[in-house]
Design a protein around this ligand. Structure first.
Ligand code: FES
Length: 375
């Protein structure tokens, strides 16, 4: 082994305990071949700085008063909070330039509570930093692994326990206990699965576009007008200009006696008008009207409303996980976790020039589920 000085003042070793070419930068650590430290040497502790409160009783007294002042601040904050809570009108407003009308009872309560909590926190921290013991202690790291004797002790204890319980000598207990514990998992599992809610069955296959529910409890299809949401007014072809997008609900949905929200959530539709020559799918052209197309608004990933339409690219974006659908091509998924295109609603124009749905969705809307194939 030989050492020599380097231009940077470091000492280089060319063999020995640090490998072929190790460089010692200082007394603290050693750099090996790969430029990584081989090991660190204990740098020791900085000289201990005595605190003011350690050096004199006057310093300690001053720290005590500071801590007491912070705790007193907390007491005052709490008192103000309690008084303000009962004394101030909960809906009284004051005008603050640059902010506007502000409910000042909230402001007073919030400020008082802030001082109340802050006083306790700062007081405790200051107390610990100025008056509590200030000793630097080195505790050497111990091996994580227990000694062989301790490990064997644990094994012996467990074997003793098994022996004391007589489980090995009482097979009846052993097997019935195993059966009881094993079967106990079944109700737990059922509860877990049941807690996920009812099975979707055909809940997403039938929407209000299938028609109003008749006395027989079944939907009876009839062409329904596409209505603006939330105005609930019918939409004429001439209302839909190229680049526009309408949020749509079926005609008559709001007349339901109950379950309006659920029905609306399943039947929501987006209506857009594209230049007809941008549409690349023949089915999409056939199911639309002069570039006007309607698609389910429920994302086929996990069901968020797909509400962002980018009219230059004709992309629909789901804000939840960024699934992106190409409206010019059957709302095919071009990005994101969704696996299926958005279902298209076939539309036409009635005698009065209003847009109508000429058939319900031909597939289940929303996320995929296991019975979907039988929809
Ligand atoms: S719900 Fe639309 S991307 Fe996830």
């Amino acid at each position: 082994m030989s050492d020599h000085d380097t231009p940077g003042g470091e000492v280089a070793r060319t063999d020995g305990e640090f490998g072929a070419t190790a460089v010692r930068l200082d007394e603290g650590h050693v750099i090996g071949d790969g430029g990584l430290p081989d090991r660190f040497e204990n740098p020791g502790l900085e000289p201990h700085q005595q605190r003011m409160s350690d050096q004199s009783e006057a310093g300690a007294k001053r720290a005590e008063k500071q801590v007491a002042a912070l705790f007193s601040l907390s007491i005052i904050g709490t008192i103000v909070f309690v008084v303000a809570y009962f004394a101030l009108d909960a809906h009284a407003y004051v005008f603050i330039p640059g902010i506007g009308d502000m409910d000042y009872s909230n402001a007073v309560l919030g400020t008082a509570l802030a001082f109340s909590l802050l006083g306790i926190g700062l007081g405790a921290v200051h107390w610990a930093k100025t008056l509590m013991p200030d000793e630097e202690i080195v505790e050497m790291r111990h091996p994580m692994r227990s000694s062989d004797a301790a490990r064997q002790g644990v094994v012996d204890t467990m074997l003793d326990g098994a022996e004391g319980s007589q489980i090995n000598r009482r097979p009846l207990i052993k097997y019935t206990l195993g059966g009881a514990l094993g079967l106990f998992a079944i109700p737990l599992g059922l509860q877990l699965v049941g807690g996920l809610g009812p099975l979707p069955k055909n809940g997403l296959s039938l929407t209000y576009w299938n028609g109003p529910i008749g006395p027989d409890g079944k939907p009876h299809f009839k062409p329904l007008r596409l209505m603006r949401d939330p105005e609930n007014t019918a939409i004429k072809v001439s209302d839909v200009t190229v680049g526009s997008v309408f949020h749509v609900q079926p005609e008559g949905l709001l007349d339901m006696d109950s379950g309006v929200l659920e029905a609306k959530a399943k039947a929501s539709v987006l209506l857009m008008r594209l230049p007809p020559d941008t549409i690349t799918s023949r089915k999409e052209i056939a199911w639309g009207h002069d570039g006007i197309v309607a698609y389910s608004k429920i994302c086929t990933h996990v069901g968020c409303p797909v509400g962002l339409y980018e009219q230059n690219t004709h992309h629909l974006l789901c804000p939840c996980h960024q699934s992106t659908f190409d409206v010019t091509d059957d709302c095919r998924v071009i990005f994101g976790p969704a696996k299926r295109p958005l279902p298209q609603l076939k539309i036409a124009v009635d005698d009065e020039g209003y847009l109508i749905a000429t058939q319900p969705f031909r597939e289940a809307v929303g996320p995929s589920f296991w019975e979907r194939g039988s929809a």
